[in-house]
Design a binder for this molecule. Sequence first.
Ligand code: HAM
Length: 420
Amino acid sequence: MSGKFQAPKGVSEYFPPRSALFDFVMQTLCGPALAAGYELIELPIFEDTELFTRGVGESTDVVSKEMYTFEDRGGRSITLRPEGTAGVMRAVIEHNLDRGKLPVKLYYRGPFFRAERPQAGRYRQFYQFGVEAIGVNDPQLDAEVIAIAYEGYKRVGLKNFTLHITSLGDRASRNSHRTALDSFIAGMDLDEETKSRATKNPLRLFDDKREEIQKQMATAPLLMDFLNSESLENFDAVKEALRSIGIPFEVNPRMVRGLDYYTGTTFEFVHHGLGAQSGIGGGGRYDGLMETLGGQSLSGIGFGLGIDRILLAMEVEKIKPSVARYTDLYVISLGEVAKKDSFTIVSDLRRSGFVVEQSYGDRGLKGSMKAADKSGARFVIVVGDAEISSGNVELKNMATGESDSVTLSALATTLAEKSR
Ligand code: HAM
């Protein structure tokens, strides 16, 4: 077969120079999580399908329409992970991570897969940075998790976003709201598919984008009005903790997260320059998830931040961190003997911690100088047979055009001095 290949439809890809920005964002987001004692968890990209159907919930678009599910060679049903929380829970239960100090505080990053209709900011393979704190139900932990995300956005330079929070309360509050909402929905004019969706999780209707549904839902009972005093107190404590550390938020009682496992505090970060795909991250507390997946009854809270959308938001806000690659020296070698010797010189300098590039093949001086220029290296040396026999090279500063004669044996020291 001939012809070029293209990446599968709707995947996000990062290659130079933008990949440096991708790396910068991932690294930067890790900072606040590390500062709060979170540790890395690296998980499989694929899991048992049932982990997601049970964990994420069958009423969700993610499970009902968007999973990449296939049978592996042993006839097992496998799914490419659409999100990270269920996998983290599986690993915590499987490896007894919840039998030691609580909360278990973990962070993760990597690709996730949802077969959505691709558009700007919505991909079939996308990237998240996420954290999960498992085993303690404390409003300060809710605020800590939210603060890690908020600090991350700030550190990458974002300004034009808003934190929306709400509370889904405890089980008793949710039950009394559900009764009211079910009877409200029973009086609505709905097609069969929507009705069946509503029986699985009536909250889904708040999130339905169709105008006729939105209109009817405008007067639907809100969970916020059904929170009992315990749930209200808990939510107040979360808000109080956020205020105490200067994190601005808006309470949005109509916010519905796209996954079924949430309870208590839930939140979303919305960017104002991204159009329809404005959610740059979100998360919340999940009380029953661990038990549903066969573990102990422990509460947890976490978030997932959309790296692809953060990069788009940075472009909208014209944030350009200096992530350009930095090269100390470019080594041009001319002639057989010089080529062999300069290869070891380059290697020694790299081992000493310098970023060094070199010429390859038989490009000639002119072509190699062009390549050196393009590399952005601060210094260049040309090593020919004459330099090898004399042991001296001209160290050229690419910015000023000035050259100094330096002995090869003093190259590392001179470079170090000049980089100060
Ligand atoms: P989620 O809201 O489904 O939550 O996803 C988190 C973030 O991932 C979104 O806010 C968005 O920025 C990004 N995202 C989701 N789908 C796509 C897509 N198709 N293309 C580009 N970006 C996307 C979760 O996944 C939960 N696991 C978060 C969580 C952790 N809750 C508790 N712990």
